[in-house]
Design a protein around this ligand. Structure first.
Ligand code: GSY
Length: 162
């Protein structure tokens, strides 16, 4: 059994509903969703001009491997109708594996801890609600994070129902 953190984001259509549906679909694939952060509205990082995102982080527990969890995340994205076009483009839903227990994985399609999580307010700020001392890439601690570089985020909604 492993505790992992997932980052959820949506910036198209009914954004909050997409985050809620993503949790239901994860549960349907045997991923136990333990806790959710509050939901933040965040300015887009990277890519073309695009709408603001809603982002949240959830704590999950799973009996499978990190790759099983990645497969579940990709299946949820597909079920919600995500179409992969531009790399940093707008999306109905994004479900990223941020950390997976104490594991470090550096495969082309799966990297944990997520290599950019310490630079992204839309990940780090909700994550810190659930884990005040998260695993960060490169063995960094929260003291190494440049808070002024994290981008603008504002509270939007209470935690997603778990
Ligand atoms: O990496 C996830 C997708 N994404 C996001 C996001 O979820 N939130 C914000 N604020 N900007 C983003 N840029 C990308 S790509």
């Amino acid at each position: 059994m492993t505790i992992a953190y997932l980052g959820l984001g949506s910036n198209l259509g009914d954004r909050l509903e997409h985050l809620r549906r993503a949790l239901e679909l994860l549960r349907g694939r045997g991923v136990r969703v333990l806790r959710s952060s509050r939901v933040y509205e965040t300015e887009p990082v990277g890519g073309p001009a695009q709408p603001d995102y809603l982002n949240a982080v959830v704590e999950v527990e799973t009996d499978g491997t990190a790759r099983d969890l990645l497969r579940a995340c990709l299946a949820v994205e597909e079920a919600l109708g995500r179409v992969r076009t531009e790399r940093w483009g707008p999306r109905i839903i994004d479900v990223d594996v941020l950390t997976f227990g104490e594991e470090t994985i550096d495969d082309p399609d799966l990297q944990v801890p997520h290599p950019r999580m310490h630079e992204r307010g839309f990940v780090l700020i909700p994550l810190l609600e659930l884990d005040p001392d998260p695993r960060l890439p490169g063995g960094r601690g929260v003291g190494d994070v440049r808070l002024e570089a994290l981008g603008r985020v504002r509270l939007h909604a209470p935690p997603l129902a778990t």
